[in-house]
Write a protein that binds this ligand. Structure first.
Ligand code: BG6
Ligand code: MG
Length: 219
């Protein structure tokens, strides 16, 4: 039986991909690296340090861990500053409605995000009240596609993985959910999240009615 839901943040609850893009672009420009939206899309779901490794590899540059860490911190300062502009109007369409519905029906809800800035984003959205558990980039050392962040969420909710549905917009996030033994809902195109149990183009399509209809034997 499904008793809980675990949500990724960026690309599911709100769309911070643009702010990430601007901050990585600024760092890349300052360092004379190539960076574009196609590369930015490859950073979906992966940690800050893994992201800079992807950018450097794209540019054919090798740096030591300490320098990479410093550069990633520099990007983060700009990113965090831009989060001041996030407001409660910045939920992705449908996300707030689904979270409200889950609360009304008494489901347990956790966040399972790779971001170390998740609490700040949730505060800006005024969304902390929708979650019983916050799992973020500070909760576990492993990154998606490792299932650790979702297992952290289900464990803190007191549920088994097969009692939870994970919501994800990243390929690595769906991989993580499947490896961990969770049911999964993918948000986005077939090429990216087509391997989820159920897929919607946008959060606006992901109503509790649709979810219950699909996973009907589990409710
Ligand atoms: C994920 C984003 O939610 O968080 C990634 O999809 C990002 O693009 C990752 O790299 C880490 O975020 P932060 O806020 O810790 O730099
Ligand atoms: Mg995401």
């Amino acid at each position: 039986m499904i008793k809980g839901f675990i949500f990724d943040l960026d690309g599911v609850i709100t769309d911070t991909a643009e702010q990430h893009y601007v901050a990585w672009k600024r760092l890349s420009d300052e360092n004379g690296w190539k960076f574009d939206r196609e590369v930015n899309d490859r950073l979906r779901g992966i940690s800050r340090l893994d992201s800079i490794k992807v950018i450097l590899q794209y540019n054919g540059i090798l740096l030591d861990e300490k320098t990479m860490g410093n550069l990633a911190t520099q990007k983060n300062v700009n990113y965090v500053e831009s989060l001041d502009d996030v407001t409660p109007d910045d939920f992705l369409p449908g996300a707030k409605e689904l979270l409200t519905h889950l609360r009304t029906e008494g489901f347990h809800v956790a966040l399972g995000s790779a971001s170390k800035n998740a609490s700040k984003v949730l505060q800006q959205l005024n969304a902390l009240g929708y979650f019983d558990v916050i799992g973020d980039g500070n909760s576990v050392p492993e990154s998606k596609p490792d299932p650790a962040i979702f297992l952290y969420g289900s464990d803190k909710l007191g549920l088994q993985p097969d009692e939870c549905i994970v919501f994800e917009d990243a390929e690595s996030g769906i991989d993580a959910a499947k490896t961990g033994g969770f049911y999964s809902v993918g948000i986005g195109p077939e090429e990216r999240v087509g391997h989820a149990d159920l897929r919607f183009d946008t959060m606006a399509d992901a109503t509790l009615f649709e979810i219950k209809s699909y996973f009907k034997d589990l409710f």
